[in-house]
Design a protein around this ligand. Structure first.
Ligand SMILES: [Fe+2]
Length: 233
């Protein structure tokens, strides 16, 4: 477990089988009204003791079906935390693990925790905005991830490119100061400058002529740990 901020910890870091240079990870959101586990990791069981020191987990959220994996059931059973998934992808998720609840569109799951549909990467892609009282974190899964510290979009053959571009425009307008993607090949997060100058610059790189849009071909199984953890559920 890696403490990134007082209330945000990275957990279950794993080298990704489909992109070995990248690390995927889940995040523990330490909240007064119940901890949330964001994303998923095949190495999460390695963190059982550390997770328990921070108390129970109220819910686990995954932003799209690529993050569905058997370890979500381990979280559900070990912590009694139901898995919440996009309604439009619930059936696909259920092929990998149990679905405990669904969400769609935009709205607050809790007063400090807002879900926002960012359809494009997948039909159910959703980002989450969490305000811990000090920072506003935006969890973008791999709709926007960090490659060499640059914001990068993962456009798949199955992606809806037009919807993706619209969603990136929506993300641009959101008020946040920490980007928390599900994968990176360097720092797991990126702080944005208060005046949004850096965000504008990153946006220009992402959407401009020199866009760093990376086509990831993922075939069948999406996630998988390249033998970097003990549990590998
Ligand atoms: Fe994905």
């Amino acid at each position: 477990m890696e403490r990134l901020f007082d209330k945000l910890h990275a957990v279950g870091s794993e080298r990704l089988s489909f992109a070995p240079a990248f690390t995927g990870r889940a995040f523990l959101l330490r909240r007064r009204d119940g901890n949330i586990l964001m994303y998923s990791s095949g190495c999460i069981a390695d963190e059982a003791v550390a997770l328990l020191t921070h108390g129970e987990i109220t819910r686990q959220y995954i932003n799209h079906h690529h993050q569905a994996m058997p370890s979500c059931d381990w979280i559900s059973e070990r912590f009694g935390a139901p898995l919440f998934v996009p309604e439009s992808e619930a059936r696909t998720v259920a092929e990998q693990c149990r679905v405990g609840g669904t969400f769609s569109g935009r709205g607050f799951q809790f007063p400090d925790f807002e879900m926002i549909s960012i359809r494009g990467h997948s039909v159910g892609s959703t980002c989450f905005l969490w305000d811990d009282g000090t920072h506003r974190y935006l969890f973008t899964e791999d709709s926007v991830y960090l490659k060499d510290d640059a914001w990068t979009a993962a456009v798949l053959k199955s992606s809806d490119r037009q919807a993706y571009v619209q969603s990136l425009g929506l993300i641009r307008e959101l008020d946040f100061d920490v980007l928390v993607p599900s994968m990176s090949n360097g720092s797991p997060i990126q702080r944005t400058e208060p005046n949004h100058t850096k965000r504008s610059r990153e946006w220009a790189k992402l959407g401009g002529r020199r866009a760093r849009v990376r086509l990831l071909e993922r075939g069948g199984a999406y996630h998988g740990c390249a033998h970097c953890c003990r549990s590998n559920i």
